[in-house]
Design a protein around this ligand. Structure first.
Ligand code: GDP
Length: 394
């Protein structure tokens, strides 16, 4: 699937940068255009792979390149004011060559949290291609303001995009790690999952596997209908088997597929599908009767991707999610040493983490209001004398 990716804010920019690196490393060519937007000059300068001419600094007259300091209302205002500058960069995107837009952002900050819904609304008004969001939720220990920002941005962004794919930092952080080191690893996890998902729709169709290869329209149809999505992933190293099946087939003159035990290939795939769906999702949620649509992608060397395994995995997903719309297919990656299953669950509704986030956000809002009220009173008590005998100069 060919995407025009827009990284909004610091997290958005860094994840976009990592997607570009992944594209270069794997040759998957998913990112057809990359634009990074920020109010902080230093964040844009820190990017390594986004072309210089596609880095857009907005809000210069308001914040002078220093960012919005987690004020997402200001982030939204600036995006609205400087939308023409952003559009200038989007104008250079060959939109006829892309299947969809993907706006990537950290929901807890300021620039991306406020700006990405504005951006989504703008793009949707102009283009007919679907506009998806990839929104990152803050970790629980980041504090009340980040949670409040995320809850408000989440609510707004879901409404503006055709589907919001969510990644929850809280479910993925490891204790005892530096933030930077931690983010590098987290961003790798993000790019691995979404890279396989979007890369799947990019395989040239041809040869005998053609009908089972995932097409970008299957990704689009799974995401159609809107709402919130989560992704599961599981992989297994098959390098030893790959080597021995290659040797055996050369020895016997048969093909590599026939030299593999088809029962174990099938079982491997069905168990990978279960692990992917029941393991850690990008947004943890209850899948039982809780997803409207799903897509199963199995990736790896084609001799390991067997039709029966995918069919069984698909059926199992249907039973688990209660969805009648479960699509499935292959993503052959011949030089890979892994067989992987990626499960996209779209239109999920049973998500305790979002309810928890909203609750904490409401409490944070109340605390902030209380503290503001109190500090105004405290300042007044400090500055004015008790009986108001000293009058100000003017
Ligand atoms: P902005 O620049 O004002 O849009 O805000 P940031 O992007 O710096 O931060 C928003 C949120 O994104 C933070 O609260 C973190 O939860 C998250 N975040 C920041 N950097 C990264 C990153 O590199 N990876 C991930 N996964 N999350 C990040």
């Amino acid at each position: 699937m060919k995407l025009a990716m827009i990284g909004f804010g610091q997290a958005g920019g860094k994840i976009l940068d990592r997607f570009l690196e992944h594209d270069e490393q794997t040759g998957s060519n998913v990112v057809r255009a990359a634009v990074a937007v920020n109010t902080a000059k230093a964040d844009l300068m820190g990017l390594e792979h986004v072309p210089q001419e596609n880095r857009v600094l907005i809000g210069q007259s308001r914040v002078k390149g220093h960012g919005v300091g987690a004020d997402n209302e200001l982030g939204a205002e600036i995006a609205e004011e400087d939308i023409d500058e952003i559009q200038g960069a989007i104008d250079s995107i060959p939109v006829h060559e892309v299947d969809a837009f993907l706006i990537i952002t950290g929901l807890g900050g300021g620039t991306g949290s406020g700006g990405s819904p504005v951006m989504a609304r703008h793009i949707k008004r102009i283009y007919t291609e679907p506009v998806y969001g990839l929104g990152v939720l803050p970790a629980g220990d980041e504090g009340g303001i980040y949670t409040l920002n995320a809850a408000r941005s989440f609510r707004t962004l879901v409404r503006e995009v055709d589907n919001l794919l969510v990644f929850d930092n809280d479910a993925w952080r490891k204790s005892g790690e530096s933030m930077q080191g931690g983010y590098r690893q987290i961003n790798d996890e993000i790019v691995t999952r979404f890279g396989i998902l979007f890369g799947a729709g990019e395989v040239e169709q041809g040869g005998e596997v053609a009908e089972s290869v995932v097409d970008s329209s299957e990704i689009i149809n799974t995401l159609a209908g809107g709402g919130v999505s989560t992704v599961g992933y599981a992989a297994e190293d098959v390098s030893d088997e790959k080597q021995s099946s290659g040797l055996l087939s050369r020895f016997t003159g048969g093909d590599e597929q026939s030299s593999l035990d088809s029962a174990s290939t099938t079982n491997r795939i069905t168990s990978l599908v279960r692990k992917a769906a029941l393991g850690r999702l990008t947004l943890p949620c209850k899948i039982e009767n809780g997803a409207e649509r799903a897509l199963l992608v199995t990736a790896g060397p084609s001799q390991f991707l067997n039709r029966k395994g995918i069919e069984r995995g698909r059926k199992w997903l249907e039973e688990q999610t209660g969805s009648m719309e479960v699509r499935g297919g292959d993503y052959p990656v011949e030089d890979s040493n892994n067989v992987a299953a990626v499960v996209l669950l779209s239109g999920v509704t049973d998500v305790p983490r979002i309810k928890e986030l909203q609750q904490i956000a409401i409490e944070a809002r109340e605390n902030i209001d209380d503290i503001r009220g109190e500090s105004e009173q405290n300042l007044q008590d400090l500055v004015e004398d008790d009986d108001d005998e000293l009058e100000p100069l003017f």
